[in-house]
Each structure stands twice: as C-alpha cells, then as structure tokens.
Write a protein that binds this ligand. Structure first.
Ligand code: NAG
Ligand code: NAG
Ligand code: NAG
Ligand code: NAG
Ligand code: NAG
Ligand code: NAG
Ligand code: NAG
Ligand code: NAG
Ligand code: NAG
Ligand code: NAG
Length: 473
C-alpha cells in the first residue's frame, strides 16, 4: 500500500482555527466523492463537493495536481456548491490504493480504488446501465455489492441521473451523488448525458462529473484493455434551443475520433470499439415513438434541420457494439444496419457480425418504472425483458467479448451472449462493407494479421460530411 502523505496547497492551507469557529464544520465536510478515469486509465480524477469554500482541496496518498473550482450550479434559487477535482497522475498499474480527501476543515472517510493495467492484454469487466434515479433504484444494492466484491474495473451510467440532478434546487442531485458513493468512490463512474439532464443547458451534469477530454463530459473516449469506448450525447439532436454548436462540435469530434481509432496501430491495440449514448436508434417499446420508428433522428439524421445521423458513421467505421438506454427495459438486437439484419451466419449471428450489435440497457430503476414492449417481436430483436437490472461486460481478449444481463427482480442472469471476431479475412473484403474497411482478424495468429492493415488506404475510407448549419459556426 502506497500511502504517501503529500499535501499540495495552492491556497493558504493553515488558517487560524478561530477564523471559522462560528461556521458549521458540516459546511466544509467533503461529500459526494466519486472517481473517473483521467487522460489514461492510470490517471484517476477524484471529484467531491462541499457547501462552503475550503482553502484547499487535498487528497492524501500519492502525487497530485489540484484544481479547485467554485461552481455556481444554476437553479432558480442561487445554489452554490464547491466542486473539488484532484487528479492523481501516473498511478502504478495493477495496484490498489486507499485515499481520503478534504482540507484542514474536514476530511472524508477512507476509500479504496484499484488502477487497471494500461495495456490491452487483460480482460476488464464493467457494469453498464442507464436511467437510475434517487428513488426506485432497484439495481443499486446489487451494483454496490458487485463493486465491493471487486467485480468491475469501471461502471458506465449511460444518462438520466437522480430524476433529476437539478431538482429541489440541486438537493436531489446531492442526495443521488451521496447514494452512489458505494459504487462511484471505488471504481471510475463513467457517464454520458441524458434528457433528464437538459435543465440549464446540462450544467448540473457538466459541473458535477469530471470526464476525460475537454467537452465537460458531453463526448470523450477512453481505452480499457482491448476496448476503445466512445461516449457521446444524443441530446444534441433534441435540444436545439441551446444552439447547433453542441451538435456540430460533437459530430466533427466523433468523425475524427473514429478515424483515429481505426488507424491500424490503434485498432490493433484496441480492436473493439464500443459506443454509448443515451437514446437508442432502435427499440421495440410501445411508448417510445422516437426509437420504435424508422424516422429516428439519431439513426438517420434530420434532413429538414440539416442534421446527420450516426448509424452510417458508426457502421462505416466498424463499431462493434452500440450501447443505449432511455427505454426502461433491456433489449438485445441481432447485428443490424439500416433495418437490415446482418448476422455473421445463420447459426452464429454474433460470430463475425456484419453490422454493429445494439444493446438497450435502461432498466436500472427510477420513479418512472418500466417501459413496455409491442407484443410482436420485430425480426431484428433477439431478446428483451422488462426486469429491472443492469448489463455486465467482460472483454476477454481481442476476439471475444462477453455480455450478460442481470435481473434485480429475479436476482439472476437472464441473458448472455458472446460477440466473436475471429475471421481470417481476405484483405480485400471489408469488415462491414466492401471497399470501405479492411480489417483482418485471426485470434490464433493475431500479431501476424497486423500486416494486413497497412494495405488499406485510409484516405478513401470515409468521405467526411458536414452539415451546412455547421459551416458558419
Ligand atoms: C481561507 O483563507 C483566507 C485568507 O487566505 C482567510 O481569510 C479565511 O478565513 C480562510 N478560510 C477558512 C475557512 O479557513
Ligand atoms: C501488459 O502489462 C502487464 C503488467 O504491467 C505486463 O505483465 C504485460 O507483459 C504487458 N503486456 C504487453 C503486451 O505489453
Ligand atoms: C450550451 O452549452 C454548450 C456547451 O456545452 C454551448 O456550446 C452552447 O453554446 C450553450 N448554449 C447556450 C444557449 O448557452
Ligand atoms: C436504407 O434503406 C432504405 C430502404 O429501406 C434506402 O432507401 C436507403 O437508401 C438506405 N440507406 C442507406 C444509407 O443505405
Ligand atoms: C439472425 O440470427 C437469428 C439467430 O440465429 C435468427 O433467428 C434470425 O432469423 C437471423 N436473421 C437473419 C436475417 O438471418
Ligand atoms: C485483392 O485485390 C487486388 C487488387 O485489386 C487483386 O490483385 C487481388 O487478386 C485481390 N485478391 C483476392 C484474394 O481477391
Ligand atoms: C479469448 O477468450 C476466449 C474466451 O475465454 C477464449 O476461448 C479464447 O481462446 C481467447 N483467445 C485468445 C487468443 O486468447
Ligand atoms: C500464422 O501465420 C503464419 C504466417 O502467415 C502461418 O504460417 C501460420 O500457419 C499461421 N498460424 C495460424 C494458427 O493460423
Ligand atoms: C490514397 O487515396 C488517395 C485518395 O484517393 C490518393 O490521393 C492517394 O494517392 C492514395 N495513397 C496511396 C498510398 O495509394
Ligand atoms: C510472428 C509471425 O508469425 N510472423 C510472420 C507473419 O507472416 C509473415 C508473412 O506474411 C511471415 O513472414 C512472418 O514470419
């Protein structure tokens, strides 16, 4: 255990104790402690909150850089929280730490976290879900138990928090952030933004979490083992009252991001590309107009508003799995593109699938309860359930990805499947689409397949599209 006591103080650390003797110490007490990955999985960002300004933001153990932000979370009544962010850089891989944070005016209790291996040759496990509220959070006890039993390297909460973070002048958000501490203070709590965060231009979401990148958590990516995760906001398609800028910035970023992660040297290290965003492109829920119809703006864009959809982009860049939430249920699809099922083969649909695999996991539990389904199971839907619960992912290696759905109602796994990529392909054949993408694979002879990557001319890969609405921004 490396428990180094290095205290950085950008601010005057020691005030005379009688300076604050009339203030309540409670106001300086760290709360809502949560973790996230920084620029790599060896950088951990610790974020917490106090009601009053402290003169320092310190985490005890290890090297740190200190950032201290006074945040005025917008709400009708002036509501101020002080959000503290401390980044612990270059932690030792494959090792666990204990930590606690605060200032001389009050310290948190002690927590632990474990730093994963940075390289790709290991098998990370994650829990993934969306739509978890302060109340009716049925999955929470199971998730906490899993986390305390060291089951995961990270957790992904794919939009819709607390119902809502800004409610009751933000106090509901505070309670929610305290409630998830049993998860979020121990493993990186990676997030994306949902429709429930829309108030005040998503400011509660943007300020309370600390995701990698420079978009305030709206879009970012990170690598974990053999997986490259890409997070984005589906809300840019719906809240145009906040302007086109968020849509334009994100689309540009996504295109560039996917191009980069498909460079042979990157795709070789992180062959799995998994995206997550809140609102699905597909669903068979009977009360969700936007995802149960073909005119889905996230899927196909909106020609009238000159917005480009994401299905073609993700398909062309060989995204392997797309994780969604928003519908309060669980649904797994056969590999699909443009409403056409593209199974790997008749018997093994997920072995070398010819299109991305969509998973909709929004059943963690909240006050709005479950969403129901059309009685008829569409031909593209493989499995669905209204049980409360969450998804587990284990990325075994470069060829095998394993998913299962845990039902909190049944206290059992109700769905499990593998996605396998092991085809030793003809280099002239594309992965998903002819002439677009040559991506060769043979799990038994992996290192050798990398020779094939270089034969592909990336300049022809994807013709970059731009909405005209973005040109003048
Ligand atoms: C913080 O420091 C300032 C001056 O540096 C001092 O006036 C103030 O009392 C200190 N606050 C606390 C809570 O120690
Ligand atoms: C990955 O990291 C682990 C632990 O640091 C090390 O044992 C292993 O050799 C590394 N593998 C590669 C391919 O670099
Ligand atoms: C909303 O926030 C985004 C950044 O997250 C910014 O680009 C946009 O201009 C903001 N819109 C308004 C109306 O303030
Ligand atoms: C998707 O399918 C429709 C027909 O159902 C077709 O008109 C359209 O061109 C297809 N789009 C793409 C991008 O392939
Ligand atoms: C895809 O695979 C599943 C499972 O084998 C099968 O039920 C379904 O009919 C297949 N769909 C197509 C279009 O081949
Ligand atoms: C692959 O493409 C090249 C150039 O078009 C061609 O010469 C070669 O025969 C093709 N290989 C196969 C196996 O089709
Ligand atoms: C990848 O993991 C799967 C599942 O554990 C295993 O069957 C397969 O042999 C592994 N492949 C390699 C190359 O290690
Ligand atoms: C690995 O690649 C080499 C060279 O192409 C080949 O001779 C060998 O048979 C391959 N091994 C397997 C298991 O495919
Ligand atoms: C790749 O394609 C671009 C555009 O078609 C072309 O200008 C370039 O010469 C090609 N590069 C190679 C190495 O073939
Ligand atoms: C490590 C390895 O097996 N390398 C082989 C990969 O394939 C080429 C031919 O394409 C061989 O020359 C290498 O020895």
């Amino acid at each position: 255990m490396n428990l180094l006591l290095i205290v950085h103080s950008m601010f005057v650390l020691l005030a005379k104790k009688d300076n604050f003797v009339d203030a309540s110490l409670y106001e300086y007490q760290p709360e809502q402690m949560h973790l996230s990955f920084g620029e790599t999985v060896r950088d951990f960002v610790i974020t917490w909150s106090t009601h009053q300004k402290t003169n320092a933001s310190v985490c005890k153990y290890g090297r740190n850089a200190i950032e201290f932000t006074k945040v005025n979370l917008e709400s009708p009544r002036l509501f101020i929280r002080y959000i503290h962010r401390v980044t612990l850089k270059n932690l030792k891989e494959n090792s666990c730490y204990k930590y606690y944070c605060g200032s001389d005016l009050g310290w948190s209790r002690k927590y632990w976290f474990c730093v994963p291996q940075k390289n790709q040759s290991w098998s990370p496990s994650l829990a993934i879900y969306g739509d978890m509220g302060l109340t009716y959070a049925y999955s929470l006890p199971y998730l906490s138990d899993d986390v305390q039993n060291h089951m995961y390297s990270a957790v992904i909460h794919n939009g819709d928090f607390a119902y809502n973070l800004e409610s009751e002048d933000g106090e509901r958000g505070d309670l929610f952030m305290k409630q998830i501490e049993y998860i979020a203070a121990y493993v990186p709590y990676m997030v994306s933004v949902g429709n429930h965060e829309a108030a005040y231009n998503f400011s509660h979401y943007r300020k309370r979490f600390s995701m990698p990148g420079v978009s305030e958590g709206l879009y970012y990516s990170f690598n974990l083992g053999p997986v490259h995760f890409v997070a984005f906001s589906t809300e840019v398609y719906f809240y145009l009252q906040f302007g086109y800028e968020p849509y334009c910035n994100q689309y540009k970023w996504l295109e560039n991001e996917l191009r980069e992660s498909n460079k042979p040297e990157n795709r070789e290290k992180h062959p799995w590309i998994i995206t997550y965003g809140h609102r699905p492109m597909y669903c068979s829920n009977d009360n969700m107009n936007e995802c149960s119809t073909k005119e889905n703006v996230i899927r196909g864009g909106d020609p009238n508003k000159d917005l480009l959809g994401l299905e073609e982009l993700f398909y062309n860049y060989g995204v392997d799995a797309e994780i969604w939430s928003h519908a309060h249920s669980y649904e797994r699809l056969w590999p699909i593109y443009n409403y056409t099922v593209l199974n790997g083969s008749e018997n093994e649909p997920y072995r070398n699938p010819r299109a991305p695999v969509h998973i909709i996991t929004g059943a963690a539990g909240n006050v709005e309860r479950q969403d129901s389904f059309f009685e008829h199971l569409p031909e593209w839907s493989a499995f669905r359930s209204q049980d409360f619960g969450y998804t587990r992912l284990k990325a075994f290696n470069k060829s095998h990805l394993y998913f299962e759905q845990f039902s909190a109602d049944k206290e059992a796994v109700i769905d499990r499947f593998w996605i396998i990529k092991d085809r030793n392909k003809d280099v002239n054949q594309s992965y998903y689409k002819n002439d677009r993408y040559s991506y060769s694979y043979n799990s038994n002879n992996y290192s050798n397949d990398s020779h094939n990557y270089n034969r592909f001319n990336y300049s022809n890969f994807y013709s970059f599209k731009e909405s005209s609405v973005c040109k003048h921004l």
